[in-house]
Design a protein around this ligand. Structure first.
Ligand SMILES: [Mg+2]
Ligand SMILES: [Zn+2]
Length: 185
């Protein structure tokens, strides 16, 4: 059975792919970091399970639809599988900030969905990797170890120096994976 410490939950925009202040609205605008795709494969080979939890309020705002989001996630899945990797579950929140849903980060609803999907009793000790404070807050709410990467909005999040007391910082996902797999070896 999967142990919580062997689960890595990733934010999407700014961690796996380039972020945009204007939302990622089409498949053409979804541009992955190649080093992040290969890092997911390395995590899998080191025995980690990888899941994704992504706020996608652009759906509620009408900037793109769920079919477009699915096309992005199909491409992500294909690129990762080309590296011999696998994403166990992609959770997304399609709601806006005023919808009062339970899934939009900083709330931990998507993480709990991943927990349930993977049959874990707890997420205590799992890893939550993000570029925004709300990613880390969602993780910390359910006992995940918070990781901030400096890609995407991460450098700006680091500069604010708020809420990062428990976080470890890395330049990007690949650097975190190097560290984690080194630790695990
Ligand atoms: Mg992000
Ligand atoms: Zn939601």
């Amino acid at each position: 059975m999967l142990s919580a410490e062997k689960l890595v939950i990733l934010d999407r925009d700014g961690v796996i792919n380039h972020d945009s202040d204007h939302y990622i609205k089409s498949l053409d605008e979804w541009v992955p970091y190649p080093t992040s795709i290969s890092a997911i494969g390395r995590l899998n080979r080191a025995g980690f399970t990888v899941a994704v939890a992504t706020n996608q309020s652009g759906i509620a705002r009408g900037y793109y639809d769920e079919a477009t989001l699915q096309a992005m996630h199909d491409r992500l899945t294909a690129l990762v599988e080309d590296q011999g990797g696998h994403i166990a579950h992609i959770a997304y929140c399609p709601h806006g900030p005023d919808d009062n849903c339970q899934c939009r980060k900083p709330l931990p609803g998507m993480l709990l969905q991943i927990q349930q999907q993977l049959g874990l009793e707890s997420l205590a000790g799992s890893w939550m990797v993000g570029d925004s404070l709300r990613d880390l807050q969602a993780g910390e709410a359910v006992g995940c170890q918070p990781i901030l990467v400096r890609t995407g909005k991460g450098a700006g999040t680091e500069a604010k120096q708020v809420g990062l007391e428990k976080a470890r910082l890395f330049d990007d996902l690949a650097e975190f994976v190097n560290w984690l797999c080194g630790e695990a070896a």
